[in-house]
Design a protein around this ligand. Structure first.
Ligand code: ADP
Length: 516
């Protein structure tokens, strides 16, 4: 149990002061466009000749910043720095480490709108989603810091006559953090700070699409006084340095969030013991989802439609937890579909800098845009395109929220992760069948059940094979400390971020047994 933890509240954008503060933050961020971002190795800022650009996905001609790329040699230097820093950082008490990180979260809180505003430009986030992303980053820090302070006491083992025993937790060594672009602050921050609060040191390789927001964390860590070398910043091309980071003989753990293909590749590669390596690596992999909302008979169809639309189209469906399948009982299918179409038609889509009322922005990049467009074409043949389907990449990567109905569970768009604003509808005869279809996927991340039948809910609790199962609500919006997040099957190692167990991913247990 983690005591005295409170979630960071969402910003109320109906308040004019908050509106103004956010607009000011957008201006401040805009004034910084074009900045050059270095690598940071052992606290030293290194600008390399080999660079790439981060662009605004809603206006892809707009360069937001230029980022230095780390080479393999620089990865080696960063690893040396992390090894050196580990020698002293591991000896800081958990309380001292936690206190420093609480300072980090205080700085983030003060600069909250600036960070969120940057995600409006770099990730195409609507204001509320960007605000939620920053808040979740704060939550992760606050939660893990408290969690580590509790683990500092170890766990109970027993003494017997003439013998005193202790069960304690210790860090592992340097490791690698590989975050995704979809929660470019929250997940990047959570997967960077958890290992360091535990006493490890880190090489952080940010996602290619969102290095600027990751660099903000680096600046804040420095401002808070984190010792040099504890977090080293090594942005770069994953084709050049991705395997190298994972394979490195000194990498003790890899904490990864991203696609199934990359996650399984990392899992496999990390299993190989390299020359000079005398330990086994740990991999924490959070991968994809093919999440569903299951809608039973005799339910509130307004609630069901709202849950589906919110979960399918929030942040353009680019959440691992997004609803990409609506599996609906035949008695309410037409009504739920019709109401979902109506709600979808009301959604606004444009550059999210326009205001807090813009519902959806672009998708992240050309590759995702092309992939989603292709899936819409496939889906339109497999089922019936009800709404959306429009795409436009002339200025930004815009994909309109799309509903495709009358699909079969075996259809390609009901099986493969799309990671965009597309949801498929399918119809079933009874609850058993609804659950069967819900489980008919390689993934097992989130799911929601809309039902008023307690027996059916109990059945879903037993048989619906997902890490996060929700009743009578959508399947997104997990909150740190309330809904620890992580999934089964090919969704990953179920590391459960924001849970009382999460810190254990970065710790080893040691027994001290003393004879009197
Ligand atoms: P997506 O397709 O959503 O971009 P990826 O799995 O490719 O998902 O990316 C998630 C993270 O994994 C990013 O930080 C990316 O740079 C990184 N990555 C991609 N390929 C590799 C690799 N071979 N080794 C290590 N990291 C990688």
């Amino acid at each position: 149990m983690v005591v005295e933890f409170h979630n960071e509240p969402a910003t109320d954008f109906t308040d004019q002061e908050n509106q103004q503060a956010f607009k000011d933050a957008l201006k401040k961020v805009k004034a910084e466009f074009g900045k050059e971002i270095p690598l940071v190795i052992n606290g030293e800022k290194i600008f390399t000749d080999d660079k790439y650009e981060s662009v605004d996905p809603a206006n892809h001609q707009q360069v937001l910043g230029t980022i230095s790329k780390a080479s393999k040699e620089q990865v080696d230097q960063a690893m040396e720095a992390a090894k050196e820093a580990y020698k002293t950082w591991r000896k800081w008490t958990p309380k001292e480490r936690a206190e420093l990180l609480i300072r980090v979260s205080a700085i983030i809180r003060r600069r909250k709108h600036e960070l969120s505003a940057l995600m409006v430009y770099e990730a195409g986030k609507p204001w509320n989603e960007a605000d939620g992303d920053t808040n979740e980053g704060i939550d992760f820090i606050e939660y893990y810091a408290r969690s580590m302070m509790e683990l500092a006491h170890g766990k109970q083992v027993f003494d017997r006559e003439g013998e005193h025993n202790q069960y304690i937790y210790k860090p592992m060594g340097p490791g690698v953090t590989i975050p995704p672009w979809n929660f470019p602050f929250a997940i990047m921050t959570g997967t960077t700070v958890a290992p360091i609060i535990a006493g490890n040191t880190v090489l952080l390789k940010p996602a290619e699409d969102t290095p600027l927001i990751a660099y903000k964390l680096i600046e804040i860590l420095e401002e808070a006084g984190l010792p040099k070398g504890v977090v080293n910043f090594v942005p770069g091309d994953p084709k050049e340095i991705g395997d190298y980071l994972v394979d490195h003989k000194d990498t003790h753990f890899v904490t990864f969030t991203g696609s199934r293909a990359t996650g399984t590749r990392i899992f496999e590669r990390a299993a190989k013991v390299q020359e000079g390596q005398n330990f086994l690596k740990r991999v924490i992999a959070e991968m994809g989802g093919k999440d569903a909302i299951v809608v039973d008979e005799n339910i509130d169809t307004d609630l069901a439609a709202q849950a589906i639309v919110d979960s399918a189209f929030g942040f353009s469906g680019q959440k691992c937890s997004a609803c990409s399948r609506a599996i609906v009982h035949k008695d309410v299918y037409d009504e739920v579909l019709e109401k979902s179409i109506k709600l979808t038609k009301e959604l606004s889509i444009k550059h999210t800098e326009g205001g807090s009322d813009v519902y959806m922005g672009p998708v992240i990049n050309q590759k995702q845009f092309d992939k989603i467009k292709n899936y819409i074409e496939i889906g339109s043949k497999e089922g019936k395109l009800e709404v959306g389907g429009k795409t436009d990449d002339s200025k930004g990567f815009f994909v309109h929220p799309t509903i495709i109905s009358d699909l079969k569970s075996s259809d390609q768009i009901m099986q493969e992760e799309i990671f965009g604003p597309v949801v498929g509808f399918t119809k079933c005869d009874n609850f058993e069948e609804l659950l069967e279809v819900a489980n008919d996927t390689d993934y097992g991340l989130t799911g929601a059940v809309i039902t008023n039948n307690r027996e059916h809910w109990r059945q879903a609790c037993e048989d619906y094979d997902v890490g996060n199962l929700y009743l009578n609500r959508g399947c997104t919006s997990a909150v740190v400390g309330y809904h620890p997040f992580g999934g089964f099957k090919m969704s990953g190692t179920d590391a459960k971020t924001g849970s009382p167990d999460y810190m254990l991913n970065f710790l080893e247990q040691k027994i001290l047994s003393e004879q009197f």
